[in-house]
Design a protein around this ligand. Sequence first.
Ligand SMILES: [Zn+2]
Length: 224
Amino acid sequence: MSRIQNLKHTHPPSTGRNSKKSAKKFAPGGHKNLKSQRADEVAETAAPERLCGVLVLNHNFEPLNICSIQRGITLLMLEKAEVLRFSDQTVRSAEDEHLVPSVLRLHETVKRPLPQLKISRKSVLARDGYTCVYCGSRESLTLDHVFPRHRGGETTWENVVCSCLKCNNKKGARTPSECGMRLPHPPRKPRYVPYISFPRFVSAVRRSEWREFLEGFGKGLEQW
Ligand SMILES: [Zn+2]
């Protein structure tokens, strides 16, 4: 049941498709050094991360990790997990072709310390859906201190939002109400702190084949 499904005899020997080579490598994610990035000054189009790999759920179905396909297959080979969903990818071993797991559930509960959710540029952009909270643009995104830093505004979940450069420049050192701009909701710290990094969790919820396993945990993420 938990074994990788063998497709050797169910697929025609050669379908003419590009041979599915080895499993995709886990994308390193392009982490950037955030040290030099100052809120309100860095602008770039920040698309949500495109996730590949295997979603790993704890025995109680809580999302634990997104691992490489190779690692996911290893978990199956070691009989440490069961497959809840296969992807439409396949991988070839020496003799066989296998369906690639997309969602795994561990047979045993893994206990981990609760993660901390620190504010970061990536996390704020993810919380706000990579969308300017003032105008809805997805271009040239930066961070904005709702109550300006120059006037004592702090870098907190409750005071930093995702803004496009245009709105950021328009707002300048004023509050939204001082310049006729409007926040759709007061910003706040996400309620759910995933084991997966927050931006990756937000991206994972958007992956349609994973959504049903994650959205119950991510309630409230879409309030913005
Ligand atoms: Zn804007």
